[in-house]
Unconditional design. Structure first.
Length: 529
């Protein structure tokens, strides 16, 4: 077996060298690793007062490779402490024979797995083992070149160190019948306890054929295949990183299935995206509601309409449902101009369901704790905002903005952020009244030469509220904008790479004026300094 200790040396250690998190484009209130490559969030769990964020990590470089589980912890979902690598690629750095791909973690409170000892509740991680070479494993099981299987590790010190279950791994060796030949694209187990059937449930993906496989277990080690889901709706690229969880809707409980797909994201984007379905789950089978499934070319239910929200994962161990996404895109993820790290996580988002326009809809709101790092509110209002612009001055590069307005005769209205003093660099965020769509325009947002598709404009549908008001909440960090529209039924996330001098903002109205404009702007403090 492999037991990873919290060694205070080498690549396994927490960062100890001096760093002030002020490099160009370094996120100030979104998590990013001190150095090296990061992608999917994994193993998100709240346990004994700590939020654990595990994530796909390359301990050896700034591009994808040597996949391991990095680790960070927080007691408020806001300030993060990077921890030693939790699961290090086996054989790293010279002879990697197993990588640790995306997965999930649970607290086995009843010790169904038998891993508990000394009164300690075992944390159990289920993850995808990727085997780059054919081999016979310590368990005696044989795997093929590039095989993906589902494996298990456990922790008896609240998630700090992990022991791989080498006597039994992989616990799900091969894909279920009749899809055994999909062994190179069989991954991303999401696991949770289903109280009604008193079973553990796993959702895994057969990525290349747009199917999810659902499994049940009594002990987290022995799994029985229960059902399939898919393909439905968006089927571009591969399906990855599924999640399944319940949410209240009016007086009932519905289940939400989330999965990433790459490529084949939302209309107008290139590369990665995340879609969701709403339906019912009976302990073995997920059945989507009729109005959650579309035929032909009609768009999917997109969790986020922007280019930079992928591999969304939700927390186990919370009464509420909180999710985090990888704030990047496989189209250009390995080329973004950051150093000595690449990639950040989205703001944690509280999820709920609400009927919007007669249809059950996933609602996302920034987690409430972000308010603890926000400064004084600066507010302005206009009963009628004339066509043209209104400069707001140098407002900074980390902002939480609330913007509301009602249509008059304008075609579009919004706010420009992260602008240089001459406004040659700017990110424009607004609303088009004719199409009823939010837009984020990063065509002039700064550095974009690393990819020909990056400098683009993105759109997301949003109907005004019943009284005609449009509400946008916008989180601005050094290298990203996240827009939450309406009650949170529409979100749009995009990276930007502006100049350090891009601290200016202004409001704009085109084609006419806008009524009842209110803007509340708060500066957000750095979580690092």
């Amino acid at each position: 077996m492999v037991t990873l200790k919290a060694l205070s040396l080498g690549l396994l250690a927490s960062p100890t060298f001096a760093i002030n998190y002020t490099q160009p484009y370094r996120p100030q209130f979104h998590f990013s690793p001190t150095k090296n490559w990061m992608n999917d969030p994994a193993g998100l769990i709240y346990h004994n007062g700590n939020y654990h964020l595990y994530f796909q990590y390359n301990p050896g470089g700034i591009e994808w490779g040597n996949m391991s589980w990095g680790h960070a912890t927080s007691d408020d979902l806001t300030h993060w402490q990077e921890q030693p690598v939790a699961l290090l690629a086996r054989g790293f750095p010279d002879n990697v024979t197993e990588m640790f791909f995306t997965g999930s973690a649970v607290a086995d409170e009843q010790n169904t797995s038998g891993f508990g000892a000394g009164g300690k509740t075992p944390l159990v991680a289920l993850y995808t083992s990727y085997y780059p070479i054919a081999q016979t494993l310590p368990s005696g099981k044989e795997v093929k070149t590039n095989q993906q299987s589902q494996s298990l590790a456990y922790s008896l010190d609240d998630g700090t160190t992990w022991t791989t279950y080498d006597a039994g791994n992989p616990v799900i060796h091969n894909p279920p019948s009749p899809y055994e030949e999909e062994y190179q694209n069989f991954r991303d187990p999401f696991v949770f306890w289903h109280a009604e059937t008193r079973k553990w449930i796993m959702v895994s993906t057969l990525a290349g054929i747009h199917k999810l496989a659902l499994w049940t277990s009594d002990n987290l080690k022995d799994w029985s295949h229960a059902s399939f889901f898919g393909p439905f709706n968006a089927v571009g690229g591969v399906w990855e990183c599924p999640n399944l969880f319940p949410l209240d809707l009016d007086s009932s409980t519905k289940w939400v299935m989330v999965m990433g797909l790459n490529p084949g994201g939302p209309p107008g984007t290139v590369g990665s995206g995340t879609q969701y379905f709403i339906g019912d789950f009976d302990g073995t089978t997920f059945v989507p509601d009729e109005d959650s499934v579309y035929e032909g070319n009609k768009s999917a239910n997109w969790m986020d309409w922007g280019p930079d929200f992928y591999a969304a994962a939700s927390y186990n161990g919370l009464d509420e449902r909180m999710a985090v996404g990888w704030m990047n895109n496989w189209q250009y993820g390995e080329k973004i101009p950051t150093y000595p790290w690449r990639s950040a996580m989205s703001t944690p988002r509280q999820l709920s369901l609400k009927t919007i326009g007669g249809k059950p809809t996933l609602i996302q709101r920034p987690h409430a704790q972000i308010q603890s790092i926000e400064g004084k509110d600066h507010s302005s209002s206009w009963k009628f905002f004339e066509e043209g612009t209104q400069d707001l001055g140098s407002v900074g590069k980390t902002l939480d903005i609330e913007l509301s307005f009602s249509a008059s005769n304008a075609t579009d209205f919004g706010i420009i952020v992260q602008a240089t003093p001459d406004f040659k660099e700017q990110t424009k965020i607004g609303y088009n009244f004719t199409s009823q769509m939010i837009f984020v325009d990063r065509r002039n947002s700064g550095e974009s030469s690393f990819d020909g598709t990056f400098a683009s404009i993105y759109h997301a549908p949003l109907a005004p509220s019943y009284d005609g008001t449009v509400h946008l909440r916008i989180l601005v960090d050094w290298s990203s904008v996240e827009v939450f529209g309406g009650q949170g039924e529409t979100t749009l996330t995009a990276q930007i790479f502006p100049d350090r001098s891009a601290t200016f903002a202004r409001l704009f109205s085109n084609g006419g004026g806008v009524e009842d404009v209110k803007v509340d702007m708060k500066r957000v403090s750095s979580i690092w300094n």
